[in-house]
Ligand binder design. Structure first.
Ligand SMILES: Cc1ncc(COP(=O)(O)O)c(C=O)c1O
Length: 434
């Protein structure tokens, strides 16, 4: 029998033990955490809509009108008019032919990748894709090629090696732990050249970037070029659940093959109605997105002014990479003592040596709150760790500059030896970073 205590001991020894903290009351820019008021600086409730009065009201009314749950999967008896209405509005927002709801972003990614990457195919996945994409690849019958983070040269090489078996390229639009944006134009160009589909996970892009918050794909002008776009309802839209935007034929295929949709209960009406109200607010008030983006800049600038430069970016996700897991936890605890909640993120959520505070701003934060938060964070980082943060930031910015300097995607005859070497170790399996 598995020695659970031994396994827990091992997790503890590696500084990776996790525990849950308790928030009382609604999710806002300030919350009561384990009984203490704190500024919340690690939530995905980017637009501050989870506790918006109209969103709450919509959920409450839907509960009274339609009940709390859907009672079955959509293919049995759980498909309700309210699901279809939300799908129509999401498709309209994302300028897609149709949309299909899933129970969560995790379920959507697992289900779609598994349905599309079949035995004999190769699925191409960025090394920093979300764990749900990694798990979809693990469950799929296809081989997986993990390309270096945002490394289109590596991806190009892999596609060529696959010799036409490349079925799907999958990437986060905005990367969840680093807040950077995938090189979508180059990815689409490669997909077209190699006849592969493209799937983009917009969990952190919807409501945060792009025209009116329509996401990274819209920002790149690629709404007609991406085959599948996954979005979630639990982040900027303040509710719970997810959706896939695609054409009708693809939606029909997913409805018949995506196991996480077929074998899982439909989202309950209150969550559906809440997401619908949040989407309405986003469309009525696009300035929320501008405020969110300004807040991201305010926090980045305030951290830099405190001697803590973070990688350049325009998303609400601001990574302060500390490195060692125990150091990251210690910094997070000290920041909390100053009244700011910034959870430490450790492996396997981020690669080994990449433990960090993943700071996230909300549209509902004030500038003063963010500047004070930056001071609290700066006061909690010891001098030895500061130097390492500055070095990492310089390295990250330099590698982003190198990527940006590549104007077109190169094919294998110009791919460097190091790209080939990196590729050769991943064709047979997945990297373990989740
Ligand atoms: C990039 C990404 N995709 C998918 C998910 C999963 O979404 P959900 O929380 O709705 O399951 C997350 C969650 O954090 C995420 O960061």
């Amino acid at each position: 029998m598995t020695d659970i205590e031994g396994l827990l001991e091992d997790i503890r020894d590696r500084g990776l033990m996790r525990r849950m903290r308790m928030v009382s009351g609604p999710q806002g820019p300030r919350v009561l955490l384990d009984g203490r008021p704190v500024l919340l600086l690690c939530s995905n409730n980017y637009l501050g809509l989870a506790d918006h009065p109209r969103v709450r009201q919509a959920a409450a009314e839907a509960a009274m009108r339609y009940g709390a749950g859907a009672g079955a999967s959509r293919l049995v008896s759980g498909n309700m008019r309210i699901h279809r209405r939300l799908e129509e509005r999401l498709a309209d927002f994302k300028r897609s032919e149709t949309a299909l709801l899933f129970g969560s972003g995790y379920l959507a990614n697992v289900g779609v990748v598994q349905a599309l990457a079949r035995a004999g195919d190769v699925v191409f996945s960025d090394s920093l894709n979300h764990a749900s994409i990694v798990d979809g690849c693990r469950l799929a019958g296809a081989e997986t090629f993990v390309y270096g983070h945002c490394d289109v040269e590596h991806l190009a090489w892999g596609l060529q090696q696959a010799g036409g078996r490349g079925s799907l390229i999958v990437t986060d639009g905005v990367f969840s732990m680093d807040g950077d944006v995938a090189p979508l134009r180059e990815i689409v160009e490669l997909a077209q050249r190699h006849d592969a589909r493209v799937m983009v996970d917009e969990a952190h892009g919807t409501g945060t970037v792009g025209p009116d918050g329509r996401g990274a794909v819209a920002a790149a002008g690629l709404e007609d070029e991406v085959d599948l776009l996954v979005g979630t309802l639990g982040k900027a839209l303040g509710s719970y659940g997810a959706y896939v935007c695609c054409d009708r034929r693809m939606a029909k295929y997913l409805l018949n093959t995506a196991r996480t949709l077929i074998y899982s209960t439909a989202i309950g009406p209150p969550a559906v109605a809440a997401a619908m109200a949040a989407l309405e607010l986003l469309r009525e008030q696009p300035r929320r997105v501008e405020k969110l983006q300004r807040n991201g800049a305010v926090l980045r600038e305030a951290l830099a002014a405190e001697g803590l430069p973070v990688p350049a970016g325009h998303t609400p996700i601001v990574p302060l990479v500390i490195g060692d897991a125990e150091h990251a936890v210690a910094v997070s605890e000290r920041v909390l003592e100053q009244g700011v909640f910034a959870q430490a993120i450790r492996p396997p959520t981020v690669p080994a040596g990449g433990s960090r505070l993943r700071l996230t701003v909300m549209a509902s934060h004030t500038k003063t709150e963010l500047r004070e938060a930056a001071k609290a964070v700066a006061g909690a980082v010891p001098p030895s760790v500061r130097a390492a943060i500055a070095q990492r930031t310089a390295d990250t910015d330099a590698s982003v500059d190198v990527r940006a300097a590549r104007s077109t995607v190169t094919e294998s005859d110009t791919v460097s030896d190091s790209a080939r070497a990196r590729a050769s170790r991943v064709f047979d399996g997945l990297a373990d970073a989740a």
